[in-house]
Write a protein that binds this ligand. Sequence first.
Ligand SMILES: CC(C)(COP(=O)(O)OP(=O)(O)OC[C@H]1O[C@@H](n2cnc3c(N)ncnc32)[C@H](O)[C@@H]1OP(=O)(O)O)[C@@H](O)C(=O)NCCC(=O)NCCS
Length: 129
Amino acid sequence: MIEMELQQPTSVACGITAASSQAEPLIAYALFRILAPVADLNRVAVANEHRRLGVGRRLLESSHTLLSSLGCIECLLDVRSTNMEALGLYQGLGYVQIGRRSKYYPDGTDALLLRCKFTTNPSVADPVP
Ligand SMILES: CC(C)(COP(=O)(O)OP(=O)(O)OC[C@H]1O[C@@H](n2cnc3c(N)ncnc32)[C@H](O)[C@@H]1OP(=O)(O)O)[C@@H](O)C(=O)NCCC(=O)NCCS
């Protein structure tokens, strides 16, 4: 599934390795689809043993900078309404809720649609919704 996503010409993948060398194993990744000026965050994950250390925040901040340089002005994503870890991460980066998809997931959980508008500092939300 991820392999198929990566083959799409609109896909952008960002990752963080355990050390500065790219030969080190990945500890976090984010996968976006870009239809400039809008990016969609399709997947993001940090390896269990590296969570709560600011890795997810650093990854998305760097990703926002990259997306901005590729002509994106905002990033959209869906998140489970029950995923408090992810919601905390996104809200801390300036994502705001712009919609809700009722019972979106097979187990009946709602999806929240979030948006982060990039500014000169692309990880900070624009004050105008
Ligand atoms: C969501 C996820 C990517 C966060 O990565 P992380 O590297 O642990 O996050 P960070 O350490 O950068 O934390 C950033 C913020 O996220 C929130 N957060 C992260 N983990 C949390 C937890 N266990 N409980 C509550 N809030 C949490 C906090 O607001 C945190 O800010 P703080 O440290 O100032 O309190 C990680 O938990 C993960 O991979 N989860 C499984 C995959 C997933 O759910 N992906 C999202 C799909 S939409």
